[in-house]
Design a protein around this ligand. Sequence first.
Ligand code: ADP
Ligand code: MG
Length: 256
Amino acid sequence: MAESPVLVRLENAKKSFGDTPVLKDISLEVAQGEVLAIIGPSGGGKSTLLRCCTLLETLDAGSLSYGDIEVARDNGAGRSVYGGKDVLGRARQRFGLVFQNFNLFPHYTVIRNITDAPISVQKRPKDEVMAQARELLVKMGLEDREDAVPGELSGGQQQRVAIARALCLNPDVLFFDEPTSALDPELTQGVLKVIRSLADEHMTMVIVTHEMSFARDVADRVVFMDGGVIVEEGPAQRVIDDPREERTRAFLQGMG
Ligand code: ADP
Ligand code: MG
């Protein structure tokens, strides 16, 4: 079987805040259809990594590309040089991002939260976008809530709206930053179920999570990050059931 194409390629990424290095030479590739879980202790740089991949932060050094779109290249002297506005705009079409705290527009209805960007930013026909949004709401188990505003929904429902909103932009890859860590355990399950169904449909996803059994069962590959470096990575079940590095082992024991 042919290898799946690489959708995201990050090479030798470095990022500091002030004098504090937060990403120390990180390289990561995400192949089409792959589900990658990123685990590790708080402060290890997971969110910064996701924010650099989704252009919310800029790299100091290293390169980032989405397929054939070169977002940032290393100038050879240890600095990242970013592409122009058009390049960044095209790259932004390739990915979606789901945050821990949903980040829905509180005054927009559910359906408007989902359809606003596809209509006003992507300039797609309204009928087509509405039809897609309603299909996504069915998938999220929220078909009867399209006229609600976020404040009328549970946290789990809001997160499912945020996932539908990201999907309605037709990204190639979806990034999640601790999508369930603001939720009570009973609401967590509904969100994990939705992500699991996306994995079954071979949606390419990068998921920062503290849900170890979910990562083990749903991810293809797990990356363990600590102190701004990738300490260990490999097939999900191997890393979680049989970690090779002492730091990974200690972290997983603390989670269990
Ligand atoms: P994680 O998501 O793994 O918990 P983060 O990427 O949020 O880790 O943070 C890694 C380190 O970077 C932490 O020490 C954090 O305090 C620091 N950090 C993150 N964002 C900023 C920022 N905008 N300014 C300064 N320091 C930051
Ligand atoms: Mg974080």
